[in-house]
Structure formats: C-alpha cells, structure tokens
Design a protein around this ligand. Sequence first.
Ligand code: AMP
Ligand code: MG
Length: 417
Amino acid sequence: MAVRSPTSAHAADRLLTVDEALERILAGVAPLAPRNVPLLDAVGRTLAEDIVAARDIPPFRNSAMDGYAVRGADVARTPARLRVVGAIAAGGMPARAIGSGEAMRIMTGAPMPDGADTVVRVEDTDNGDQIVTVTAATPVGTSVRQAGEDMKRGTTVLTRGTTLRPAEIGLLASLGHPKPLVIARPRVAVLSTGDEVVDVAEEPGPGQIRDANRYSVGAAIWAAGCGPWLRPVVRDTPDDLRRALTDASEADAVVTSGGVSVGDHDWVKPVVSELGTIDLWAIAIRPGRPLAFGELRAGERRVPIFGLPGNPVSALLTFELFVRPALLKMSGRTKLHRPRVRARLVEDVDKPKGLRFFARGVYDEAAGTVRLTGPQGSGILRSMSLADCLIDLPEEGKRVDAGAAVTVILTERPEDH
Ligand code: AMP
Ligand code: MG
C-alpha cells in the first residue's frame, strides 16, 4: 500500500481540548491481563485477586519481649519471687504449662506456655535462673501477642485493585503467597525519530543533536511503574519507521517522539495508518500541540501507540498529561491523576491566547504560592528540571497577573484521584 505524503496528513482543523484528548486516550486503553509474578516483582502492581487469610497471624500466642512468662496474678505486687521451670526460645515449644508461683524464661516470638497470660520484661527482674525476683508490677496481658491479632483467619485482608506497597508485599509473604496474581507491568517500546538525532554516547555531527527523549520518556515510563524498552533511533523514512514500529508492536504499548507535525519528514501518521489506525490531533495546549494516538495491529493484538511531539519539553509534558494516566490505567490503577492544589501566582505570566498553558513551576506549600522556573520555551528542558509542579493555566486570556489564584499540578506526588 502506498504511503500518503506527510503533507496530506494535516491535523484536524478544530483544536481538541486537553480534557477531550485525555478522555479519548483513556477510553482507548484497558488494563492488561493478570499474571502470577514472583512476590518481589509485585511491588507497585495492582492486585488482581482477593486475599483471604488462610490462618491466623500471628499463628500462635507469643511473647513480645525477652523476659519471663508468668501468671499476671502472681506479679500484681512486687517484689514477687517465682520459681523458674524452664525456657523457650523463638522457634521452640514450651515443654509444659506453668502454674501458680512459677515462671518460664521466654524470648521474643516464642510461643506462650499454657497457664501463662503475662510476660515480665527481663529489665523488670533480677534475671534469676532458678528463682526470679520480679521488681516491677506488671498488669495481666502485658507483652503478649494474641493469635490472630494482626490478621484473623478467614478475613479478607487485601482486595483486588489494591496497589501493592512494601507493607502489602510483607503481608502476602506472611500469608504464604509466593506468586500473587497481579496486573502485569506494561512493557512500553520507546522510539525517537529524526535524521538529526544521535544516541547519547555519540558525538553529534553538524546539524545533529543528542537524543533526549528516549531517555527522559523511558525514565518517566520507569517512574510510572512500567518497563521501558528503548529501540534504536528511527530515521525519517517510511521504511525505517515501518520496520521500527513492526518490531515495537511486540510491546504492550509504543511511545514515539518527533515526526508528528506536518513537516516534510513527519511520517508517524501515514506509516501508523498502514499498520493500524491513528488520529493526529492538534490540541489546544502549549507546549505540545501535535499529538498522535492510535493502535498498531499485531496479529490479534491491538497495541496502543502514542506519538509525542519532538521538542524535549513537549515530549515529557505530553507524556505526563496524556500517556502516564493511560499507562496507569493499563496497569490496573484507578487513581490516574496527580494531586492538584490552588496557589497564588507570584509573577505575571504571558500565555498564548486560546491555548491551555502548562508552565513549569516551583510550589511553596508553606506560603501557598507558585513561581515559574524561568524561560518556558518548548526546547528548554531546564524549565522542567528546575520544576516540581506544573501551573495549569486556562485557555482564555493571554496573561495571568501576579496574585491570581491558579491550579498547580503536583507532579512529584503520587496520584490522588
Ligand atoms: P519534530 O517533532 O520531529 O518536528 O521535532 C521538533 C523538535 O524537537 C526539533 O527541533 C527536533 O530536533 C527536536 N527533537 C526531536 N526529537 C528529539 C529527541 N529525541 N531529543 C531531542 N530533541 C528532539
Ligand atoms: Mg523530526
């Protein structure tokens, strides 16, 4: 099939709003299939099964301290002298029950002997071997962990949809789940396009630049809990792009940068149209106006593809706004968006009229203010490096005055809605 020339691939006339574009993207992706993965690999994944405790945790009554297992009634008044009738270490079992006037040495985590209901800390005794003298009155039940006090057998302790953090990984380990069922980590192919683009280790020749986007976007993919799969730099020819995209379609999703404008060498739209479907949108946004979204066909599979603009700021910013929520949805997350707060702008900001402007900012939580990071050009990657937030300025107007209340997206924080 003949490839259409890029100049016929003009973007739609009407600008799409940021919200419309995001809505279409989110409607076009779905969570990946669940898989059983080794427990440690499950961190950050979305649990795809309910976890019911198959036993009590802790499984048996045990001591929370190194000391003596006793009857509380015997140590209500001190000093109290008790006969030491044995010792129990963690991992051992008590040889017998204790009776009135008796104590058993016990270590943290060791099962309580029958008859004992209290543990006296070794610090509150004379540490005696045959006879122990308890020097501090110890209320009944002190330093005893009850069976099932952490998790009761038969209760649902984790529900599907939970994002697994280190604490949940520990909980799954306690309950004996070496390979929990989770939504698989999306593997995302990352491509940079451009005849001028060379890899990081190369010395750029005349007219060439080093590739920033595969690394910045790859890092953002990693930070979103997905697996970046960096592919070689793609030349601005339909053949090279076709080959690269065919290989990349093994992944769960594909992210490209560059080649989505309407320049003479912008091949993403025509080539993806051959291999699947794609929409090239002009979005009412600065930076990052052109954005392509579609699907590659790979046999029975449909692989979402995101075509980001080539400018390094535009690429990373459109990733944050459009691709990251989509990858989180593919990861089974339901919270897809960063927290937003209102803050007072401390300087005047000029913005393009009719475009939603995402300025890179520094947020001062204590003062409730936000400032710009300096020059905001779409090639100025330092504007992002210095930033800890995005200032989300509405389409209307071409200037926002100092003192105005604005919306700030806290890009350093995890999703909260
Ligand atoms: P494009 O979207 O392909 O028209 O590229 C827009 C601008 O971004 C041009 O100045 C490109 O040289 C630059 N650019 C494209 N890809 C990259 C990249 N991977 N790293 C750094 N700059 C890039
Ligand atoms: Mg290009």
